[in-house]
Write a protein that binds this ligand. Structure first.
Ligand code: IVH
Length: 682
C-alpha cells in the first residue's frame, strides 16, 4: 500500500470509529457490537504502527497517551467557574422566580430545566486544528473556581469528549475554532460499584460515593488507569471569547449536541413555577433508574440578554438556581457524642452513628450543632435517631425515633465542662449558644487555624492536610501559622510519609502561598465574620493590612457589607497583641499583605459618556452622579469625542449616531464594570 492509500484508509477508519464512539458513548445507541468495534480499532492500530508518521493526536488510538504525570499544573480559568445558589422548597423557588421577573423588567423570562448531575465540573478548551477543525487542547478541573488543575491527559480518555470537531459541525453550530465547553464528569453507578470492587481487591479504601470516585479518577496520575473508569462527560455550557454563548441556554444545549457532545436528554423549557415543579417531580421519579446520581434540578434563565441583566452575586449567577431534592433519611443508632474544638475555640458536638446508607453514601457521623440542640432533642447515648441528608453534605440528626423496635437509650450525655483538648474550663457567654475554650494556647485552636490557613479557599497550600499538620504540631515545628514559612526540607523529611520530593513540593506550595494576595491573607487570619467577599472588599478599599489595622470603625464601615458587627470583630482582632505579632511575622516572612487599591476618584478621568434610554436599575441622574464622582464627564450628544455611549431600554437616535461613529456602546452592567475599574464586558 502506498503511503497515500494508507493515509486515506487511516482517515476513513478514524471517521468510522469516531462515528461509532459517538453512537455508543454519546447517543447510547450503538450500531455494531463491541467485538466489531474492537476489530476496527485493531485495524487502525496496525495501520498506524506501519505508518508512524501518520499518527496524529486526535486519532481515536491516542486517547490514552502520555506517561503518568508527576502532578498537575494549575491554570487560570477564562472566566471564574461559579457555583449555584440553592432552593430547597417550592416557596424558595417561587421567590427566586419572582425576583427574576422583577430584575428582568421588560425582558422575556423563560427557563431551561436540567438535571443537577452529581459529579465534578470541568472546563474543556478547544483550539484551531487542521482543516478548519477544532481540537481539544486542555481540560481543567474547577479547582477554587479561579484556577483549576490541568487534567487534559485524563479528560482525553473520556470517550464522550470529542478530541476533534470537524469544520462542518462548527459551521452548523455557528462556532469559531476556538471555544470552551463546560460540564460535569460523572461516574455511572455500575462503574462506581466496579471501581470499589477492584479497590477492595487491591486492599484500598472504598470511595463513599460516585462523585468522589469520579473526582479521584479525574485526578489520577496515570491516564491508563483513568481510561477504564467508565467516566461520562455531560456538557451544559459553551463559552466563546470567555462569554456565554449568546443565543441562550436552550440554544447552547442544541449547539453542544450538534457538536457531538453528550447533553443530558432530560431537559425542558419551562415558564412557570408549576412547570418547574412538574419537571422536578418527574426527575425525582426517574432518579433511581437513571444509572447515575443526581441531587436536584438546575433552572437557568434562557435568554442571554436577560441573563446579562440579572448578572451575578459574588459567587453565583442570579439567572440560575439549583433546586435540591428533599432530604433522604434513614434510622441509625447514636453510639456516642464526640466533641471537637474549632479554630475559635468553639466546642462542636458530633453524633457518632452506626454506619447507615443514606441517599447513596454511608453515614457514620452527623452534626449536633451545640449543647442546646442536644438538650432540646433530649438525646441519650444509645437512642435511635432519624438521620437526614438534605441539600448539605453534612448529614443531620432530625429526631429521636422511639417505638417497639427502637427503645430509648439509657446513658444521659452531659456537655463537658472542660476542653477535651487542653483541659481548661470552657465558658459560655450570655446570649451565645456555644461553649468555648478560651485558652489562647489550646493546641486544637492552633491545629484548626493551620488547617483553615492552608485550605483551598484561603492560602491554598496543597499537601498541608490533617496528617501533615498533626505531625508538625507533635514535633513542635510550628507555633503559629507564620512558622510555616520558616520550615526547612530537613525538618519535613523527618516526618512520616514525607519523602524528599513531597517535602520539596510542600515547601514550594508554602512559598507560592506568599503571593496569594491580601484578601486571602486576611481570610487566613481568621477574623470572626470576615469571609471571602468581605476580605476582598477590605483589600480593595484599604490596599494593605497596615491600613486596615489602623482604620477606625467608621472607616471600616464605609466598606460595602461591613456593619457594626464586623467592624467590631475586626477592631477586637487587631487589638490583641498576639494578632498584631502574627501579622508582623507574616509580613517578615514575605507574605504579600498589599493589594491594588480600588481607584477612588479618577478612574474615569478624561472619559466622556453619553447616556441614552432607560437603564434597568438606576436613573440617568444617578448614573451621571456616579460617573462624575470618579472623574468622568457626561455630555448630551454623541460626537467623535464621546468615549462611551451607555444605552438602556428604548435608546433612540443617539444609539444610531454612536454606531455610525463607531463609539463603543455599553449597557448598565458595562458602566458598573467601568465604575469599579474593570473593563466593560461586551
Ligand atoms: S450550571 C455558574 N448545570 O452543580 C454555573 N451545574 O452547585 C454553575 N452541576 O459547580 C453550573 N449539573 O458542578 C450547572 N446541569 C447543570 C449541573 C451543574 C450539576 C454542578 C456543577 C456546579 C454545581 C453547583
Amino acid at each position: 500500500m502506498t503511503e497515500r492509500d494508507a493515509a486515506k484508509k487511516i482517515e476513513k477508519l478514524r471517521n468510522e470509529i469516531r462515528r461509532h464512539e459517538h453512537l455508543y458513548y454519546v447517543l447510547d445507541a450503538p450500531e455494531i457490537s463491541d467485538a466489531e468495534y474492537d476489530a476496527l480499532m485493531n485495524e487502525l492500530k496496525k495501520l498506524e504502527a506501519a505508518n508512524p508518521a501518520l499518527v496524529t493526536p486526535d486519532s481515536p488510538t491516542q486517547r490514552v497517551g502520555g506517561k503518568p504525570a508527576e502532578g498537575f499544573k494549575k491554570a487560570q480559568h477564562s472566566r471564574p467557574m461559579l457555583s449555584l445558589d440553592n432552593a430547597y422548597s417550592q416557596e424558595e423557588l417561587a421567590d427566586w422566580d419572582r425576583r427574576v421577573h422583577e430584575l428582568a423588567g421588560n425582558l422575556p423570562v423563560e427557563y431551561t430545566a436540567e438535571l443537577k448531575l452529581d459529579g465534578l465540573s470541568v472546563a474543556l478548551l478547544y483550539q484551531p486544528g487542521p482543516n478548519g477543525s477544532a481540537q481539544l487542547s486542555s481540560g481543567l478541573t474547577r479547582g477554587d473556581g479561579q484556577t483549576g488543575e490541568d487534567v487534559t491527559t485524563n479528560i482525553r480518555t473520556i470517550r464522550s469528549v470529542p478530541l476533534t470537531i470537524p469544520v462542518e459541525k462548527l459551521k452548523k453550530a455557528k462556532l469559531p475554532q476556538e471555544f470552551e465547553v463546560r460540564g460535569e464528569v460523572v461516574m455511572p453507578e455500575k462503574a462506581f460499584l466496579r471501581t470499589n470492587e477492584q479497590r477492595e481487591q487491591e486492599g484500598l479504601a472504598a470511595f463513599v460515593n460516585p462523585r468522589n470516585s469520579a473526582a479521584g479518577a479525574v485526578r489520577t496520575l496515570d491516564p491508563s488507569l483513568v481510561a477504564n473508569r467508565g467516566l461520562v462527560f455531560f456538557a451544559y455550557f459553551l463559552l466563546v471569547d470567555g462569554e456565554y454563548f449568546a443565543a441562550g441556554q436552550t440554544a447552547t444545549l442544541d449547539a453542544l449536541t450538534a457538536l457531538g457532545f453528550r447533553v443530558n436528554p432530560h431537559r425542558e423549557r419551562v415558564r412557570t413555577v408549576e412547570e418547574m415543579l412538574k419537571f422536578i417531580n418527574d426527575a425525582e421519579t426517574r432518579r433511581a433508574s437513571l444509572g447515575y446520581e443526581i441531587d436536584g434540578v438546575v433552572l437557568k434563565v434562557n435568554g442571554h440578554a436577560t441573563q446579562q441583566r440579572l448578572g451575578y452575586t459574588g459567587r453565583a449567577p442570579r439567572w440560575a438556581i439549583a433546586y435540591k431534592f428533599t432530604a433522604q433519611a434513614a434510622i441509625s443508632k447514636l453510639e456516642d457524642i464526640m466533641i471537637t474544638v474549632g479554630r475559635s475555640g468553639k466546642l462542636t458536638p458530633t453524633a457518632m452513628l452506626t454506619p447507615v446508607f443514606v441517599g447513596g453514601v454511608t453515614v457514620s457521623r452527623a452534626t449536633l450543632h451545640n449543647a442546646d440542640f442536644i438538650e432540646r432533642m433530649g438525646l441519650k447515648i444509645g437512642d435511635w435517631v432519624r438521620v437526614e441528608r438534605g441539600g448539605d453534605v453534612i448529614p443531620k440528626v432530625a429526631e429521636v425515633v422511639h417505638d417497639a423496635e427502637h427503645p430509648r437509650g439509657t446513658h444521659k450525655f452531659s456537655f463537658p465542662a472542660n476542653c477535651p483538648e487542653c483541659g481548661n474550663a470552657v465558658v459560655r457567654e450570655e446570649g451565645e449558644a456555644d461553649w468555648r475554650c478560651v485558652n489562647a494556647d489550646c493546641p486544637a485552636k492552633l491545629r484548626e487555624s493551620l488547617l483553615h490557613f492552608a485550605s483551598r479557599g484561603v492560602m491554598n497550600i496543597e499537601g498541608l492536610g490533617e496528617a501533615a499538620v498533626a505531625q508538625l504540631l507533635e514535633r513542635g515545628l510550628v507555633k503559629s501559622v507564620a512558622d510555616l514559612y520558616s520550615l526547612s526540607e530537613e525538618q519535613l523529611v523527618g516526618l512520616e510519609r514525607f519523602a524528599e520530593k513531597s517535602a520539596r513540593t510542600l515547601l514550594n506550595e508554602i512559598e507560592r502561598s506568599k503571593k496569594a494576595g491580601l484578601a486571602r491573607a486576611i481570610m487566613g487570619l481568621g477574623i470572626r465574620f470576615v469571609g471571602e467577599r468581605t476580605a476582598e472588599l477590605l483589600a480593595q478599599e484599604f490596599g494593605s493590612i497596615d491600613a486596615i489595622m489602623s482604620a477606625s470603625r467608621e472607616e471600616l464601615e464605609r466598606v460595602e457589607e461591613v456593619g457594626p458587627r464586623i467592624s467590631e470583630a475586626i477592631e477586637d482582632f487587631f487589638a490583641r497583641p498576639a494578632n498584631r505579632t502574627l501579622v508582623q511575622a507574616l509580613k517578615d516572612a514575605g507574605v504579600n499583605m498589599t493589594a491594588q487599591k480600588k481607584q477612588r476618584t479618577t478612574q474615569l478621568e478624561g472619559l466622556t459618556f453619553v447616556l441614552t434610554g432607560t437603564l434597568p436599575n438606576m436613573t440617568r441622574e444617578e448614573a451621571k452622579e456616579k460617573i462624575e464622582a470618579v472623574g468622568g464627564k457626561t455630555a448630551g450628544s454623541v460626537s467623535k469625542k464621546t468615549s462611551y455611549v451607555v444605552a438602556g431600554e428604548e435608546a433612540g437616535s443617539k444609539l444610531d449616531k454612536a454606531r455610525e461613529l463607531k463609539i463603543p456602546v455599553i449597557d448598565e452592567d458595562g458602566l458598573k464594570a467601568l465604575l469599579q475599574g474593570k473593563a466593560p464586558s461586551k
